[in-house]
Design a protein around this ligand. Structure first.
Ligand SMILES: [Zn+2]
Length: 126
């Protein structure tokens, strides 16, 4: 699988808006490259039934098999975009790029991580 070098601006805007809409609850979706190979360009919303009760974790066995889906995005209403222990478990099990966006959900309040929870550079493609 090719490396993911960035995320489309319109996709990032959708993440910011969705996180704001869900606040103070967590927003969670899957990241897809759509028709592009190495750029995240689409969000895949997952049904509510897949959510955990207390936080926005989900059942990975219910994720449709689709090789364009490369990871997850979720929000931290607390404002700190660092992976929790629960996040780390999800990261290691599923996907290779994970975005966390913290309140107030602006351009400087998100980070991208690899499956190990190591922060990675993600270019915003205008
Ligand atoms: Zn989290």
């Amino acid at each position: 699988m090719p490396m993911i070098r960035g995320i489309e601006r319109k996709c990032l805007e959708m993440i910011k808006q969705s996180a704001k809409d869900m606040h103070p609850r967590e927003f969670l979706a899957l990241l897809s490259t759509g028709n592009r190979k190495d750029v995240i360009s689409e969000l895949v919303l997952i049904p509510r039934m897949m959510y955990g009760k207390r936080q926005a974790t989900f059942n990975i066995y219910m994720v449709p098999f689709d090789r364009r889906i490369v990871g997850t995005v979720h929000s931290h209403p607390s404002g700190i975009p660092k992976p929790s222990e629960g996040d780390m478990h999800t990261f290691m099990k599923y996907g290779k790029v994970h975005i966390i966006i913290g309140y107030p959900y602006e351009d400087d309040s998100w980070r991208a991580y690899d499956y190990n929870g190591k922060e990675i550079d993600m270019e915003v493609i205008e």
